[in-house]
Ligand binder design. Structure first.
Ligand code: PAF
Length: 310
């Protein structure tokens, strides 16, 4: 299978490295030509819970150099989804499948609008990874990846993707209820990401303090109320326990939102806690904790410019 991974962040690099172990043709599409050249030259280095190892992957900033592929895996930040899939158009032909493994809600809709819903499949991954430098990733937390179509169908292409992911060492299964899964993952991200970004604690330490555990529980409880009202079937019997379990399983990880804050980058807050706040408002459900988390993360984002101008 010819696979192109769009976005060389922690997750994009991690997937590229693992999938190249499955002996498939793997490409990384990066919007930054210099970084793509560096990854092509030196490969991807993984350290952490799977030991230290290196993987050779072809990377480019020119989608035409890659040409049409069987599978596009979108790993860019949610706010870049539209521009990334427009740039990736030369990769897409009839029969190409586009898989989003991004955090948050709204990516399937954006990809479907640009490329056509028939091509798009959703996925969630609970792997924890930190980008240390260009092409250098710390693999900090195991977790399964689940993929599926929004209409619940399981065409052959999805089964092939599951096989290749598992062959590469990425524990993967298929679900007929990807919406339920995306919301279940949203709850995890809503509980962990903003709070780690504000406190600058890693995932494991977040669960150590009574105060952060309480805020985390309140944010997740609000999200559960929204999901229930929307009749979304969450996959966990006890979503609160699940969020704490993810903190433990990815204890050494710096959440993706904290990584963004530390690099003074834009965050995915609008696609995570922001989604919960907007949907809660529409449904008339009080959502004070998520609103505060959104406001605080946006304040941190706005402060970058002030710090630079001082
Ligand atoms: O966004 C993240 O960092 C990850 O989705 C997760 C699972 C919270 C682990 O850090």
């Amino acid at each position: 299978m010819k696979i192109a991974i769009v976005g060389p962040g922690a997750m994009g690099n991690l997937f590229a490295a693992f999938l190249s172990r499955a002996k498939e043709e793997i490409w990384l599409l990066d919007k930054n030509a210099g970084r793509a050249a560096a990854i092509s030259g030196s490969g991807i280095r993984i350290d952490g819970i799977s030991g230290e190892w290196q993987s050779r992957v072809k990377a480019t900033a020119d989608a035409k150099e890659i040409g049409p592929v069987d599978l596009v895996i979108v790993c860019v930040k949610a706010y870049d989804t539209k521009s990334a899939i427009i740039r990736a158009k030369p990769l897409v032909q009839e029969g190409t499948v586009i898989l989003t493994l991004q955090n948050g809600i709204g990516n399937i809709e954006i990809l479907s609008e640009v490329a056509g819903g028939e091509k798009v499949i959703g996925g969630v991954t609970n792997l924890g990874a930190t980008l240390l430098d260009t092409g250098r990733v710390r693999y900090a937390g195991r977790g399964e990846t689940v993929i599926g179509r929004i209409d619940g169908r399981i065409p052959v292409a999805i089964r092939s993707i599951r096989e290749i992911f598992n062959k590469g060492g990425l524990e993967t299964r298929i679900s007929r209820d990807i919406k339920g899964l995306l919301w279940s993952k949203l709850l995890v991200n809503a509980g962990i990401n903003a709070l780690t970004a504000i406190t600058r604690l890693n995932n494991g330490r977040l669960a150590e303090f009574e105060s952060t555990r309480r805020i985390m529980r309140e944010a997740v409880t609000e999200a559960i109320k929204v999901a229930k009202r929307k009749r979304i079937k969450l996959i966990y019997d006890d979503p609160l326990a699940k969020v704490e379990a993810v903190c433990e399983a990815t204890a050494a990880n710096i959440s993706s939102m904290l990584q963004d804050i530390l690099k003074k980058k834009h965050t995915e807050i609008d696609f995570i806690n922001g989604v919960i706040v907007r949907q809660a408002q529409e449904l008339g459900i009080p959502c004070p904790v998520n609103s505060i988390l959104v406001d605080l993360v946006k304040t941190i984002e706005s402060s970058y410019a002030l710090e630079v101008s001082r």
